[in-house]
Design a protein around this ligand. Structure first.
Ligand code: GAR
Length: 200
């Protein structure tokens, strides 16, 4: 059974989907803890499923590195096999990424490498594209630049605003995330091999 820690910053709707998937007995992963950089609304989902939470408030630390050190201590206490960034809207410091790589993955609401960063949906709309997408990637030292594990196109429809487009992307993200975590758990995805191939 693959153990997973999930990091969030916001509503945690993708977290909830993963919690629901992981509560099905034959799903090969379980969530052991949910952490956040702020009082995230998504903690309510973890609590509903009886999953422990931990808060490492970014604003209480003098630097990203200090915050990352404490986040690393909290994460390590749960000894997860995999760390999932699911709407964690802070860049992790390099040594934390180093510590977990390649067992750290991220979901992103765009078809990477298109529209990386904190505003993937807004940037796609601003670019006037007719399709964008959802991606699940391995986290590396760049911004949404790691190896792509799964991605799928999502159409941009006339009249879309950021909220409507994001709501169309999220169900795709959820499906991809649940499938990627399952495939990591079963060995169908080999994160080490994926990261090696990307660095060669
Ligand atoms: C998701 O769409 C996730 O991909 C995005 O934040 C949303 C979180 O929603 N993350 C990023 O944009 C990271 N660059 P949720 O809190 O409802 O799951």
């Amino acid at each position: 059974m693959l153990t997973v820690a999930v990091l969030i910053s916001g509503a945690g709707s993708n977290l909830r989907a993963l919690l629901e998937a992981a509560s099905v007995p034959d799903y090969p992963a379980r969530i052991v803890a949910v952490g956040a950089d702020r009082e995230a609304a998504g903690f309510a989902h973890a609590e509903e499923f009886g999953i422990p939470t931990f808060l490492v408030p970014f604003r209480q630390f003098g630097s990203r590195e200090e915050w990352g050190r404490e986040l690393g201590v909290q994460l390590a206490a749960w000894e997860p096999d995999l760390v999932v960034l699911s709407g964690m809207m802070r860049l992790l410091p390099a040594d934390l990424v180093e510590r977990w790589a390649p067992r750290i993955i991220n979901t992103h609401p765009a078809y990477l490498p298109e529209f990386p960063g904190a505003h993937g949906v807004r940037d796609a709309l601003a670019a006037g594209v007719t399709q964008t997408g959802a991606s699940v990637i391995v986290v590396d030292h760049g911004v949404d630049s790691g190896p792509i594990l799964a991605q799928e196109r999502v159409p941009v429809l006339p009249g879309d605003d950021e909220a409507s487009l994001h709501e169309r992307i999220k169900p795709v993200e959820r499906r991809l995330l649940i499938d990627v975590v399952r495939r990591i758990a079963t060995g169908d995805i080999d994160l080490a091999a994926t990261a090696d191939a990307a660095s060669n």
